[in-house]
Design a protein around this ligand. Structure first.
Ligand code: HEC
Length: 191
């Protein structure tokens, strides 16, 4: 009987002690860490010296260098050169799979502004003081494929470049083909 009384009270005492350790009395101080797990980590501030690796934590790449395997876009700010030099490897909507991929990417990355039909009436367009242009207009129809590829890659005026989001060249060409497809099925609106 005696033992039976002692065990529950000991348990309660222990519980209270743990609770107090955990709550830390409401003070804004670190808890007492009973189980440390991942509490202590080797965190370093950017640009500070990493004494373990004996070099700065975050290195700025040396000037005029690029990461291995990265090819810089050669026609930055040169839409006319890009238009003259870039050749669409999937010209002529030859592959249905390309068109499907193009629609998929266009609907994600272009339709919010240019609209699902490319008419410049996307959901976001109504909130923009300067509206995104209609991609069905004559001027864009007359662009060579390379020009549209260039605009996706390098941006144009208000439109930001999409090279980091649409990082595969094949996806950009697929979008170009899809824009062509939209233009073919949309009657010329004469703008
Ligand atoms: C955030 C809105 C926005 C998105 C998303 C966007 N654009 Fe644009 N786009 C614009 C605006 C605004 C312009 C006009 C830019 C300028 O000339 O100042 C433009 C211009 C263009 C032009 C040139 C048309 C012309 O009349 O000069 C083409 C082609 C084009 N966009 C294609 C695309 C494609 C393809 C995508 C998807 C990869 C895309 N845009 C995504 C806003 C957008």
């Amino acid at each position: 009987m005696k033992i039976n009384l002692k065990i529950p009270s000991l348990c309660l005492l222990l519980l209270a002690a743990f609770a107090m350790l955990g709550c830390n009395g409401g003070k804004n101080q670190p808890n007492i860490e009973l189980i440390q797990d991942m509490m202590d980590q080797r965190a370093l501030k950017s640009q500070k010296w990493d004494s373990l690796r004996n070099k700065p934590e975050e290195m700025v790449p040396p000037a005029h260098t690029v990461p291995r395997g990265f090819t810089p876009y050669p026609y930055h700010n040169q839409p006319l050169v890009a238009e003259a030099k870039l050749v669409n490897p999937y010209a002529g909507d030859k592959f249905q799979s390309t068109l499907k991929r193009g629609k998929d990417r266009f609907d994600i990355y272009c339709a919010p502004c240019h609209g699902f039909d490319g008419k410049g009436d996307g959901t976001v367009a109504q909130y923009m003081p300067l509206k995104p242009p209609n991609l069905m207009q004559d001027m864009v129809r007359k662009f060579k494929d390379g020009r549209i590829y260039h605009i996706i890659t390098d941006g144009q005026g208000l439109m930001q470049p999409y090279d980091t989001q649409i990082y595969k060249a094949s996806d950009r060409w697929a979008i170009v083909n899809y824009v062509r497809y939209l233009q073919k099925r949309t009657p010329d609106d004469g703008k």
